[in-house]
Design a protein around this ligand. Structure first.
Ligand code: HBI
Ligand code: FE
Length: 316
């Protein structure tokens, strides 16, 4: 898919739906939840407004892409890098979901759907359980290159989608979605345990490969700073993955991770989702959760962090 300047929408404002001046109801409301005051979006699937992206939008994508493409070889796992190449995410400008879906559906039966933003858990899980990955259609502004509080197009598309071409990881993501539906039916405690599993694997997971420690978490590969910090800094712990260990460990959403959990391969992750989690939730419900920075007896410790620079205060 070649992107030429003539395709560009110039600098005119993105076109929204039917008329140019009716921005869609992106942020339906903010909601007080157990994870703080979070933006809640309309939950519907929308069309990717590709012709409405501005030159600036395309340039933000190219800037973020080039930065990570230069940084990640030798840091990201080979499966992630292979997915980036196979999708041609670096062909220039924001990729078209319709083009990517031609590759993705054939490869693993997954499909990208454009959404307004963060979805309520049960809506999100239902998409994953049906091999649909929700991708926010909007991209951050130039002054947000290094941090934004919610997942945007670059985080969702560059961070999450390349690994959906890996059959084992693709199966894990669907199994996770099915587990999410069950956890949602059980209640908030179970949901919290399952959200920690997503956080410490899909978002911030590391892999111990024969070539060395590599990144597979979307939250890391879409962040320049954390792509460096997670492997190079002496501050965080790096601990072998364990399902119950991860489900019972709190995390932080406002800083780099204090602990990274390390898998050997995606098969280990997929196998971890085989058992019925119900008895695990019951067992974990009776025990206190661990702090994000804790190192426990019995942990397989790759690195015991120095904790230098660790923010204090409440983990979620
Ligand atoms: N919604 N669109 C979107 N993308 C996410 O990654 C996402 C979400 N809603 C909930 C959620 N992630 C997390 O709570 C996961 O742990 C389930
Ligand atoms: Fe994410």
């Amino acid at each position: 898919m070649l992107w030429t300047p003539s395709d560009l929408a110039g600098n005119r404002e993105p076109s929204y739906g039917a008329s140019m001046d009716q921005p869609p109801p992106r942020k339906v409301e903010h909601q007080q939840t157990d994870r703080g005051y979070i933006p809640v979006y309309a939950t519907g699937v929308v069309e990717q407004p590709w012709s409405g992206y501005t030159r600036t939008d395309h340039e933000v994508w190219d800037t973020l892409y080039q930065r990570q493409r230069e940084l990640l070889p030798g840091r990201a796992c080979k499966e992630f890098l292979a997915g980036v190449e196979r999708f041609g995410l670096g062909d220039g400008g924001i990729p078209k979901f319709s083009e990517l879906n031609k590759v993705l559906v054939k490869a693993t039966g997954w499909e990208l759907v454009a959404v307004e933003g963060l979805l309520p858990d049960e809506v999100f899980f239902d998409h994953l359980a049906n091999r649909r990955f929700p991708v926010s259609w909007w991209i951050r502004k130039p002054d947000q290159l290094d941090y934004l509080s919610e997942p945007d197009l670059f985080h969702d598309l560059f961070g999450h989608v390349p690994l959906l071409l890996n059959p084992v990881f693709a199966d894990y993501m669907q199994a996770y979605g099915r587990g999410g539906m069950k956890a949602f039916a059980i209640g908030p405690e179970a949901l919290m345990n399952l959200t920690r599993l997503y956080w410490y694997t899909v978002e911030f997971g590391l892999m111990n490969t024969p070539e060395g420690m590599r990144i597979y978490g979307a939250g890391i590969v879409s962040s320049k700073g954390e792509s460096i910090y997670c492997l190079d800094s002496p501050s965080p712990n790096r601990i072998g993955f364990g399902l119950e260990r991860v489900m019972s460990t709190r995390y932080r959403i406002d800083t780099y991770q204090q602990t990274y959990f390390v898998i050997d391969d995606f098969a280990q992750l997929f196998n971890a989702t085989r058992p019925d989690f119900t008895p695990i939730y019951a067992k974990l419900g009776a025990e206190p959760a661990h702090a994000a920075a804790d190192v426990l007896d019995g942990d397989r410790v790759f690195t015991r962090g120095t904790r230098e620079g660790f923010a204090t205060g409440a983990d979620t």
